[in-house]
Design a binder for this molecule. Structure first.
Ligand code: HEC
Ligand code: HEC
Length: 317
């Protein structure tokens, strides 16, 4: 009788563990959704293929430090930053300063449903993007905030020097050659995002705004057929390697020669263990662990039962 009770307890416990583990290990958002969300964060009307908004975002007038007008005021990144840290990040000073908070805290503490609700105006009606964006876009944005946002880009970029903290330049060069050169050119000058007079090449962004570079390489460029690192299985460490190489490409017109690779002494050429994007991989390990624990418990129950049965079969002396 006791054996059976023990067995039942075992089974119940094991199934609790398995179910609990599965719930905890809810799979992270898929790369396609993350890329979509990251591009919406960059410039949502282009990424969603909807009409561009009119005037200034209604929350814009609650700050005075950033004097941009119109479309810029509607970009998530303009208020919350390329590093997702808002007033605590790269936009803590300079012409992009707004004083608005970042989204790192929400990413860490709020469930994805609540983040989606915030984008529908639940905490502030002026933060409602549903007049322009459908549920699929709102959900992709929320998934990006929850699973795509890195909590501290300063692990990868030195904010003062704008150089990658550690990077494998030869590896970055190889990745650039394989993945980027077809469109941007080996010298980075095939595509000019600026003007004839003030050219902006891939090297310009790399040097001027490494946080933006990391975001675009990881999530892709809205409205462009550019690949998203997250869909190629790239980590932020991988993107930082490409950044290191891109910073050696020409950044300014004429005169200034591009910095040679040898001129980047702080960069470690040593192979580097790639750093993972947040919250990928861990769930799989968790599930495996829980399943193993469950199996061990089940097995011990079975063994106990078998032992007791054998014991019962032996006649009492
Ligand atoms: C005009 C500026 C502005 C724009 C554009 C903007 N936000 Fe916000 N956002 C805010 C402000 C202000 C808050 C409230 C911050 C606070 O709690 O003080 C906020 C709050 C948030 C929060 C919740 C933060 C928290 O900790 O509770 C998230 C998540 C968020 N925004 C994501 C986005 C996304 C995604 C977009 C793009 C669709 C976006 N925001 C566009 C200004 C903006
Ligand atoms: C299939 C072509 C293609 C590939 C491959 C590609 N890109 Fe792009 N990229 C583009 C296009 C098109 C744009 C947008 C140009 C524009 O807005 O004028 C762009 C824009 C960018 C921008 C941002 C420009 C800005 O300021 O808005 C960066 C940075 C960038 N690419 C880096 C890279 C890197 C690094 C790689 C390799 C990992 C890469 N791209 C691969 C086509 C490509």
């Amino acid at each position: 009788m006791r054996v059976r009770r023990f067995l039942v307890v075992c089974v119940v416990l094991a199934s609790f563990l398995v179910v609990g583990g599965l719930a905890l290990a809810a799979p992270p958002s898929d790369p396609t959704t993350l890329a979509k969300g990251g591009q919406l964060y960059d410039k949502w009307w282009t990424a969603a293929g909807v009409a561009a908004p009119q005037g200034d975002q209604p929350l814009w007038s609650t700050q005075t430090t950033n004097t941009r007008k119109g479309l810029d005021t509607w970009r998530c990144k303009e208020c919350h930053g390329w590093d997702y840290k808002g007033k605590d990040g790269a936009y803590s000073s300079g012409s992009h300063k707004t004083g608005f908070a970042g989204i790192v805290e929400a990413s860490k503490t709020k469930p994805v449903e609540q983040i989606a609700a915030i984008l529908k105006g639940s905490s502030n009606p002026n933060h409602d993007f549903t007049p322009a964006l459908d549920d699929a876009s709102i959900n992709a944005l929320a998934a990006f905030v929850k699973d795509g946002v890195d909590e501290d880009l300063s692990q990868y970029v030195d904010y003062a020097t704008k150089k990658p903290k550690e990077a494998n330049v030869p590896r970055g060069k190889q990745m650039y050659t394989d993945t980027c050169a077809a469109c941007h050119g080996a010298d980075g000058k095939t595509l000019n995002f600026g003007s004839e007079q003030e050219p902006e090449w891939v090297g310009t962004i790399a040097v001027d705004n490494p946080q933006e570079f990391l975001h675009k390489v990881t999530f892709g460029q809205p409205g462009a057929p550019m690949p998203a690192g997250v869909q190629l299985g790239w980590t932020l460490g991988d993107a930082a390697d490409v950044l290191a190489h891109a910073q050696t490409l020409q950044a300014e017109p004429e005169s200034v020669a591009p910095a040679s690779e040898a001129a980047l002494p702080t960069l470690q050429a040593a192979a580097q263990t790639p750093t993972r994007l947040p919250r990928t991989g861990e769930p799989t390990v968790l599930v495996a662990l829980v399943v193993v624990i469950g199996l061990v418990l089940l097995a011990s129950g079975w063994i106990t039962r078998k032992l007791c049965r054998d014991r019962l079969k032996t006649p009492l002396r």
